[in-house]
Design a protein around this ligand. Structure first.
Ligand SMILES: NC(=O)c1ccc[n+]([C@@H]2O[C@H](COP(=O)([O-])OP(=O)(O)OC[C@H]3O[C@@H](n4cnc5c(N)ncnc54)[C@H](OP(=O)(O)O)[C@@H]3O)[C@@H](O)[C@H]2O)c1
Length: 236
C-alpha cells in the first residue's frame, strides 16, 4: 500500500505502542485520527505529532468499550479525513491477578477493551473500507495470545480470543481487498503494566511501529497475517 495521503484511525494512541504507531504513520504522510479516553492527552498528542507530520493529525475521544463511541470515532474519520483506509486496533489493558482475586469489573473491562473494542472497530470500519475499494486492519495482539501464564487469565483469554477473531475475519474479508494482520509482541517498554517495569532488553514501542509500517507497505497480493516479535535477548 502506498501510504501517502491514506486515512487511519489508531485506538489508544496517546501513549506507548499506539502513540508510536500514530507517529510513524504521520511521518509516512498518512492522515491520522489519534484517540484514547482522556481529552488532555489527545490534545497534547495531536500537538506533538503535528510537529513532524507529513500528514494531517486530528483527535477524537473514544472509549473502545463503548460501541457508540467507536461508531462515532469511525464516522469522525470519514467526516474529517474523507474515508478510512487503515484501522489499528491497539487500545488494550492488562490486569494481572489470579482468577480468585480478580474482580468481576476487572474481568469485564479487560475483555471489553481488548476484544469487544476490536469487534466494534472492525464492525463499523469494514463497510467504509468496502465503499472505498479496500483497506487494512492491524490488531495489536500479544505473545500472551499463544502463551498462557499464571495471573494472566483475563489477559490471555482476551488475546487468545483476538487471535481467533482476527483469523476468522481474515477469511471473511480477504477477497474484498481488505487485509488484516495481527501483531504479537513480547515485552515492550511502555507504562502498560506496573508489574513488568521498564528495562532496556525489552522491545521499544518504535520497534512495533516499524513492523506496522512495513506490513502496510507490502504489495497488495501479499498478506503477512500473523507476526510474532520478541526481545532478542531477554534475561536468561
Ligand atoms: N507493553 C507490552 O509489553 C505489550 C506487549 C504485547 C502487547 N501489548 C499490547 O499493546 C497494546 C498497547 O499497549 P501499551 O503497552 O502501549 O499500553 P499503554 O502504554 O498503557 O497505552 C495504552 C493506550 O490505550 C489507551 N486506552 C486504554 N484503555 C482504553 C479504552 N478503554 N479505550 C480507548 N483507549 C484506551 C490509553 O489511553 P487512556 O488511558 O487515556 O484511554 C493509552 O493511550 C495493548 O493492546 C497491549 O495489550 C503490549
Amino acid at each position: 500500500m502506498n501510504l501517502q495521503g491514506k486515512r487511519a484511525v489508531v485506538t489508544g494512541s496517546t501513549k506507548g505502542i499506539g502513540r508510536a504507531i500514530a507517529h510513524a504513520l504521520v511521518r509516512e504522510g498518512v492522515n491520522v485520527v489519534v484517540s484514547a479516553r482522556h481529552e488532555n492527552d489527545i490534545r497534547k498528542t495531536v500537538d506533538d505529532l503535528s510537529q513532524s507530520a507529513n500528514g494531517k493529525v486530528v483527535g477524537k475521544q473514544c472509549d473502545v468499550r463503548e460501541a457508540t463511541q467507536v461508531r462515532e470515532l469511525i464516522s469522525y474519520c470519514v467526516d474529517k479525513l474523507g474515508s478510512i483506509d487503515i484501522l489499528v486496533n491497539n487500545a488494550g489493558i492488562g490486569v494481572f491477578r489470579t482468577v480468585e482475586e480478580m474482580s468481576l469489573q476487572e474481568w469485564r473491562d479487560t475483555l471489553a477493551t481488548n476484544l469487544d473494542g476490536v469487534f466494534y472497530g472492525c464492525h463499523y470500519a469494514i463497510p467504509e473500507m468496502r465503499k472505498n475499494g479496500g483497506g487494512f486492519i492491524i490488531n495489536i495482539c500479544s505473545l500472551a495470545g499463544k502463551n498462557a501464564f499464571a495471573k494472566g487469565a483475563a489477559y490471555n483469554a482476551s488475546k487468545f480470543g483476538l487471535v481467533g477473531f482476527s483469523e476468522a475475519l481474515m477469511q471473511e474479508i480477504r477477497y474484498e481487498d481488505i487485509r488484516i494482520a495481527y501483531i504479537m509482541p513480547g515485552s515492550v517498554d511502555t507504562d502498560f503494566s506496573a508489574i513488568s517495569g521498564k528495562a532496556s532488553w525489552k522491545l521499544s514501542a518504535a520497534d512495533v511501529a516499524e513492523v506496522v509500517i512495513e506490513t502496510l507497505k507490502h504489495h497488495s497480493r501479499c498478506l503477512t497475517s500473523r507476526i510474532e516479535m520478541r526481545p532478542s535477548k531477554p534475561p536468561r
